[in-house]
Design a protein around this ligand. Structure first.
Ligand SMILES: C[S@@+](CC[C@H](N)C(=O)[O-])C[C@H]1O[C@@H](n2cnc3c(N)ncnc32)[C@H](O)[C@@H]1O
Length: 219
């Protein structure tokens, strides 16, 4: 019963465009970044939380999810999705497809015992990117005390070690601004052969969306 009511609430919120993802979608639509694009959702879950906001605009939509039991729900929520039950950290190194849009809605902090935020997938994703690509991921510029209380592993010692390994000395990994963060990603993308041409930040809750549009330098 509770799950049924949650589903109704979710559908209503999507109908009212009441989720933070709709601000990102508005920006994508204004700039023609999502219409008729091939989209990879690398951490798909059931496909009912944020994907319904942009899935309708995709010409091709592929969903990767590590939990086999969720595949049927993805198929039911997003009928045209090509669903792969797979470890996205490995799949990103073997897919033969190239995508216009890649969404990395991974867990916050450390997950799966070894992975952290988008740090393990982002460096390897460029081989699966088209010459023009839009990458949408979660970032954590800071964590207010209330979030650390609610999610005790967020910004704990192990998480901060991983953040420091990824961001190096670009900024204080406990607290940074959007400007500091985008400066880091511009350099990161350049190292991988892509020039950032546009970006958009939008706060979800503890997580913030960062959408980055980039073009391949040799293209
Ligand atoms: C935060 S949820 C994604 C929510 C989804 N984007 C949505 O809007 O409904 C993260 C999902 O990633 C999956 N996941 C975790 N590690 C994974 C991995 N290595 N490869 C693929 N999926 C993974 C989890 O099972 C979970 O369903």
């Amino acid at each position: 019963m509770i799950e049924f009511l949650r589903k109704i609430r979710r559908r209503l919120k999507h109908r009212l465009k009441a989720y933070p993802i709709y601000e990102v979608v508005k920006w994508m639509l204004q700039n023609n970044y999502i219409q008729n694009k091939s989209v990879l959702e690398a951490f798909a879950n059931t496909g009912e939380h944020q994907a319904p906001a942009y899935y309708p605009y995709a010409s091709y939509y592929e969903a990767w999810e590590i939990t086999p039991a969720l595949a049927a729900q993805i198929n039911s929520n997003l009928p045209k999705a090509v669903v792969k039950v797979t470890n996205s950290m490995e799949e990103i190194n073997r897919t033969t497809r190239q995508f216009d849009v890649m969404v990395f809605d991974s867990h916050m902090g450390i997950f799966g015992g070894v992975y952290c935020e988008h740090f393990d997938i982002l460096p390897n994703c460029f081989r699966a990117a088209n010459n023009e690509v839009l990458i949408i991921m979660n970032v954590m510029p800071y964590a207010e005390a209330k979030w650390k209380t609610q999610y005790p592993t967020v910004f704990d010692a192990a998480h901060l070690v991983r953040r420091k390994q990824f961001y190096g000395d670009a900024f204080d990994v406990n607290q940074c601004t959007y400007d500091e963060m985008i400066a880091f990603y511009k350099q990161f993308f350049l190292k991988h052969g892509y020039q950032v041409t546009d970006y958009f930040f939008h706060q979800r809750h503890l997580l913030h969306y960062l959408a980055i549009k980039a073009v391949k330098l040799s293209a």
